[in-house]
Design a protein around this ligand. Structure first.
Ligand code: NAG
Ligand code: NAG
Ligand code: NAG
Length: 257
């Protein structure tokens, strides 16, 4: 009982300090106000450090505590954050990128964004995916998969070639089937799934005597090059033969989707 009351010695009122001093037993044991504060602060620091460490441990590997994924992807380990200054890409600013235009070099630049990125996923990781995927024929213990970013880029390229169909007459069929419509809606969903929160700015332009919106802001990005390098290193060697049935004994953790 005595020990308990000691814990709650009020810290501020002189009256109670007097009371504490007046009891010899309490006087001997009562820690000074400063010491109590010191101990409380130390305990709080330790608690915060432990909580921080737990939060870090529980976040997905490869992620800092500020970015979390609700679902597993084998590419989480390749995430690296970087800042990038966007290019306006407007012809009049002379800042065209190598993905603008319709030359063979431009076509190759687009191809390089997503070619050779079909993944070879180890069975243990295939079991952790939110959706079931298919075993690779002749490559025991590996499953096929593709990161959606490469599919989105492929789709954007399809749209690009359809827009410039004079330069890509063979793409005309895309207009007729559902492919372009599918591509547009796929990119819409992807943009809405990962909203880019970079703030676009407006600045005064004296020549134009107007406030002008800009397209050259600095963005916080996941390094695309890192993800693509990782995908190339994890890519399937042979093209996927879609006509072969493969028996699959994978025990799927998330039910059968
Ligand atoms: C990807 O496309 C580029 C451009 O066409 C080509 O040079 C490169 O060899 C391709 N890479 C693979 C692995 O197919
Ligand atoms: C202002 O506008 C003019 C005309 O569009 C452009 O040439 C110039 O680069 C702009 N200046 C700035 C600081 O953005
Ligand atoms: C993936 O899983 C979700 C959630 O259960 C399901 O709605 C969707 O149809 C699945 N898709 C495929 C291709 O398995």
């Amino acid at each position: 009982m005595m020990g308990h009351s000691e814990e709650y010695v009020p810290l501020t009122t002189g009256e109670d300090e007097e009371a504490a001093v007046s009891t010899p037993l309490q006087r001997r044991n009562a820690p000074s106000v400063n010491r109590i504060l010191l101990v409380v602060c130390a305990l709080q620091s330790v608690a915060l450090a432990v909580l921080g460490w737990i939060a870090w441990k529980q976040s997905v590997p490869g992620y800092g505590p500020r970015e979390r994924s609700l679902l597993f992807s084998p590419a989480l380990e390749a995430i690296e954050h970087e800042t990038k200054v966007f290019t306006s890409g407007l012809v009049e600013t002379g800042t065209n990128t190598r993905w603008q235009g319709t030359t063979p070099d431009v076509d190759a630049a687009w191809q390089e964004l997503y070619n050779n990125t079909l993944l070879r996923i180890p069975k243990a990781q295939a079991a952790m995916l939110p959706n079931r995927t298919y075993p690779i024929y002749g490559d025991e213990g590996y499953y096929v998969g593709g990161l959606d970013v490469f599919h989105q880029l492929h789709c954007l390229n399809m749209i690009r070639m359809t827009v410039y169909h004079d330069s890509y007459p063979s793409q005309m069929f895309e207009l007729k089937d559902n492919h372009i419509s599918h591509c547009i809606d796929s990119i819409r969903q992807s943009l809405m799934c990962n909203p880019d929160l970079s703030v676009n700015v407006w600045q005064w332009n004296a020549t134009q005597a107007a406030v002008v919106g800009h397209g050259t802001q600095v963005h916080s990005c996941r390094s695309f090059d890192r993800i693509r390098d990782w995908a190339h290193a994890s890519a399937m060697v042979e093209p996927l033969d879609r006509s072969i049935y493969v028996e699959d004994d994978l025990v799927f953790e998330h039910g059968t989707y």
